[in-house]
Design a protein around this ligand. Structure first.
Ligand code: SF4
Ligand code: SF4
Length: 296
């Protein structure tokens, strides 16, 4: 007997990057996720996903609404994108009802109210991200703020990243299936799973020895720590240095570019300019010693 976990995947104010990153999952592959059992005896039944579902238009919307009605309290709602809330919330709609557009805000609140749990996938859904960047004319807000304002109390997990690593999403869903909903201790203050966001990039960075020695790259292509070139690793929580991207092939600092801090609520405005150094990071003493020698 295989148990089904129904999932409704909504795309709101976003770029589809988070949907694409999910399709790049390597272990399990997206085929395994969609067709096979993701854990013994459990199959994810992805009932609505605008990018990959075969149905379109009314048929697709019906699949979403039928799931919400028939699987009340049993489905997981994944929101990919920020939620436009400016007066009338007219900046984004998902389908129609009685000939009128249903706003993204309406869909998120209606579906979240009847969900088993909600996953905010990507930095836009988790913290507002690029759609909520000033001047934010559409009034985009993160899912957490929308649910709070609407008085909807549901278990919520944030999986930020621009885009997030596919393992962060698939691993979180697999964790829910195997162990149930995350306990409070499993998440940090920003509702990110500690298993993936528990350490700073800077803690595990292979260039950390250069930082400690004060050996900084002055231009792209130089050896050394990328702090002077704008790296936000010292304030960014994610396991990119150990997990790496594209099936473990490489990651941004491995390729010689600084971390932009994409998993943080400060992204993008407060982690920008991306190529200017952070001003309030305390440099280690030994680095200052060698920097002093270089100046003489
Ligand atoms: S500042 Fe960036 S490049 Fe330098 S050690 Fe920290 S994370 Fe690595
Ligand atoms: S290295 Fe930094 S910018 Fe790149 S994905 Fe990880 S957290 Fe985001």
């Amino acid at each position: 007997m295989v148990k089904e976990l129904p999932v409704i995947y909504l795309q709101t104010a976003a770029c589809s990057g988070c949907a694409v990153t999910l399709l790049n999952t390597a272990s399990p592959t997206i085929k395994n996720v969609l067709i096979d059992q993701i854990a013994p005896g459990v199959h994810i039944n992805l009932r609505f996903h605008p990018v990959i579902m075969a149905a379109a238009g009314e048929m697709a919307i019906r699949a979403m609404e039928d799931t919400a009605e028939q699987k009340k309290g049993e489905y997981v709602l994944v929101v990919d994108g920020a939620v436009p809330t400016a007066p009338g919330a007219v900046y984004g709609a998902i389908g129609e009802r009685n000939g009128k557009p249903v706003t993204m805000l309406q869909r998120v609140t209606e579906l979240a109210a009847d969900a088993l749990a909600v996953i905010a996938l990507g930095t836009c859904a988790s913290f507002g991200g690029i759609p909520a960047a000033p001047p934010n004319p559409t009034g985009c807000q993160p899912v957490r703020d929308v649910l709070k304002k609407e008085g909807i109390s549901k278990p919520l997990v944030n999986i930020p990243g621009c885009p997030p690593h596919p393992d962060w999403f698939v691993g979180t869903v697999a964790g829910v299936i195997l162990n149930g909903l995350p306990a409070a201790d499993d998440l940090d203050d920003l509702l990110r799973p500690r298993a993936f966001y528990g350490k700073l990039i800077h803690e595990n960075c292979p260039r950390r020895a250069c930082f400690d020695e004060g050996k900084f790259a002055r231009k792209f292509g130089d050896e050394g720590c990328l702090y002077e070139l704008g790296c936000k690793g010292p304030i960014t929580y994610a396991d990119c240095p150990v997990r790496r991207w594209n099936s473990g092939t490489n990651w941004v600092i491995g390729a010689g570019a600084p971390c932009n801090g994409c998993t943080q609520p400060e992204f993008p405005d407060q982690t920008a300019p991306f190529y200017e150094k952070l001003v309030d990071v305390e440099l280690p003493t030994i680095g200052a010693y060698w920097a002093g020698k270089e100046e003489k």
